[in-house]
Design a protein around this ligand. Structure first.
Ligand code: NIG
Ligand code: FE
Length: 412
């Protein structure tokens, strides 16, 4: 057997590979007339067709007849485990109340906290399933899931355990993030610092001990936590060996992104109010700027994130769904790609980078997945399209022919 094939169990032939690999100097990292081979869940071979003799391969062959393979999509920011729904608030907002006002009067995140606390782990899994399935069915192979609707030790653990259950039942890579600092719980209304203490002294150590999350996140905003409180959390997260993420500059500029960058955050997310000093800090630390056009759209925001400046400083941009019951109940990463282009002015290529390679980096998975490269996970999507730009161009009709997760063709 040809030595190239010794390392393959399966191959896809006659493929156009939109590798998204920056080493490949073509738009989308496109390689035409290639084969891609996999073994033990990883990509083992990428080669031009003319350099191999297919007759020497005796494993599983998929002739894709010129169709396009991309990396699996990565939704690097979701809150998809929660109880209930908030259509009442949607109605209130359309009648003139703002997201901030609703949140200040006990609605918003706290309404979902009440509904989430009332559910068991299994009930949470059940309610999250359709949302997760919607993402996976359109080609998502890695999903980040945040806690943040429990706000007690046990309720936060319950959400993170529900995430593990979902990961055991469905074909996707899970990255869990502890977002106990999502908002100030009612029990600590008058003592938010004491809640931060609880998170740092009890919740983070327990979550780290049980291996229930890979990162810590905080909502740094006037209606939630301050930059000083965020810093305290980052110091603890760093000591616990957890990655750092932040919800920052969504409704105002609290300089949370700059602070998080100084702690080598994996990503800073939202960013409508991000300024140039923040962008410089992101550039320096290599932190990903995650844009959430679904929340911008759903809340009817008008302040645009500084996309052109992020481009100028070559800060990697990710796009994610932010799937949650309040600011973005839209379970579609493909829709976010379209919105990233239409609302924020990303190019279709940037939108695909944002949901593959940069999404991986936003989760500390840059070496593991996010591009079609030898050695990375064989998370691949085969599409019935002529041009990778179609992935951002159209939404609704899903031209997905095969979803390949860790080398296995996987139906959700
Ligand atoms: O990312 N900004 C804070 N958290 C979520 C919204 C959560 C909610 O409204 O339930 C967000 O937009
Ligand atoms: Fe969020």
């Amino acid at each position: 057997m040809n030595s190239v094939f010794c390392t393959c169990e399966k191959i896809w032939i006659n493929a156009q590979l939109a590798t998204m690999d920056p080493q490949v100097a073509a738009p989308y990292g496109l390689l035409k007339d290639h084969i891609i081979g996999v073994k033990n869940g990883k990509i083992t071979v990428i080669s031009p067709m003319h350099k191999v003799d297919i007759n020497e391969f005796h494993g599983e062959i998929h002739d894709v007849q010129g169709n396009i393979l991309t990396p699996g999509l990565i939704d690097s920011h979701t809150h998809l485990i929660y109880g209930g729904q908030r259509s009442l608030e949607f109605t209130q907002r359309l009648n003139g109340s703002s997201y901030e006002e609703i949140s200040r009067t006990g609605g918003g995140i706290l309404a979902t906290v009440t509904a989430t606390r009332a559910l068991s782990e299994d009930e949470l899994v059940e309610q999250a399933q359709p949302r997760l399935e919607a993402l996976l069915n359109e080609g998502v192979t890695t999903v980040e899931i945040k806690s943040g609707y429990g706000l007690t030790l046990n309720d936060e653990l319950k959400i993170l355990r529900a995430a593990k259950k979902l990961a055991a039942d469905y074909p996707f890579h899970l990255r869990s993030t502890l977002l106990a600092a999502h908002t100030i719980p009612p029990e600590f209304r008058n003592s938010p610092d004491a809640y931060i203490e609880l998170i740092c002294q009890e919740i983070i150590p327990r979550v780290a001990d049980e291996g229930l999350a890979e990162a810590v996140d905080i909502f740094c905003e006037k209606i939630a936590f301050s930059a000083a409180q965020s810093e305290q959390l980052f110091i603890t997260a760093e000591k616990a060996g957890l990655g750092i993420k932040i919800h920052a500059e969504q409704l105002s500029n609290s300089h949370g992104a700059e602070l998080a960058a100084n702690y080598s955050a994996w990503s800073v997310d939202h960013l409508e109010y991000l300024d140039e000093a923040g962008i410089k800090a992101l550039k320096k630390s290599g932190t990903v700027a995650t844009l959430l056009p679904g929340a911008f759209y759903f809340l009817g925001e008008t302040k645009q994130p500084p996309v052109e400046l992020l481009r100028q400083y070559q800060v990697p941009m990710a796009l994610a769904s932010d799937l949650n019951p309040g600011s973005c109940p839209l379970a579609s990463l493909r829709l976010m790609m379209n919105m990233g282009c239409v609302l924020f002015g990303l190019t279709p290529e940037e939108a695909l980078q944002a949901t593959t390679r940069n999404g991986a980096a936003a989760l500390g998975l840059g070496e593991i997945t996010g591009t079609l490269s030898v050695g990375k996970a064989a998370d691949m999507l085969l599409w019935d399209i002529d041009d990778p730009a179609q992935l951002a161009y159209q939404f609704g009709a899903t031209p997905l022919l095969q979803r390949i997760f860790a080398g296995e063709i996987s139906h959700v």
